[in-house]
Design a protein around this ligand. Sequence first.
Ligand code: GLY
Length: 322
Amino acid sequence: MNVDYAICGTRNSIIGLPKGLEILAKGGSALDAVEESIKLIENNPFDITVGFNGFPNLMGIVELDASIMEGKTRKAGAVAAVKNYRNPISIARKVMELTPHAMLVGDGAERFAKALGFQEEEILDELGIRNYHNIMEGKSLDIPPEAQKLVRELFMHFDVHLKEVMEEYPVKEWYRKLSFDKHGTTNVIALDQDGELATGVSTSGLAMKFPGRVGDSPIFGAGIYCSSKVGSACTGTGELAIRLCTSRMVVERVHQKIAIEKAAEMGILELKDLNEEGVLHILSMDKSGKCVGVTNKSGLFHYYADSTSEGPVKKASTYIGL
Ligand code: GLY
């Protein structure tokens, strides 16, 4: 492959990739292309897995995670469990550029954002609140009838009922089911005309997560990694990618001269070691613009565009049944 620039993203990234492509076409940086693409995805009120109107936690509060990483320098910035800011990707970039740190969480990240002039706002509108209530009332969740009352009490009075619910009902089991469809994340990887790579990730994480739960998306090595040769990121059940350090493993395999398709496939095959239910999708792109998506859930896809294409093209991700 020989392209001047390229960009790829997960299935919900189509709303942002054209902007990233435009930036790359004008000679802009991979970092800018990643950030600006992800901002548009975070601003989309109909994407209930990222940014504005993202899935709330058990208490009905949206807590967002995001990260960005530059390949050449391996500089990295992330925020986790951030409330009331719709563009965590931009806060993450400021963490990378302005602080001596790689990650800020919760109150600290919010204070940092406020100090830099990011706009604080309510990030659930009527649609987002209705989605939350639908899940809470069991309308879009597979909770056995006998457990519904308990789970509703957990939703409404987390602090009072958590211990009781966990003793009486296999909450872990319920989350395992939930994690098949009640999460979503965006990954964007860009290659600019200088041959530099950057990777970014943003998510509201698992729907109805415990307050304070942080997934793989802001964790370097797990849900995101980027070197000068290859970028990699994950969507799906974040706990799996955290436990396997998936993104760094994929990058490392490419550094060991394993083909990028094989490197990502090995990341999915490693799930067998955990013997857990859950979905993982790995998106990787190398500095030649070669992009792969590999997953253990059938029917998933990603988008890709480069200097030779008119716009993002939908590509089926490789399915590996485990
Ligand atoms: N992969 C996103 C999350 O688990 O939070």
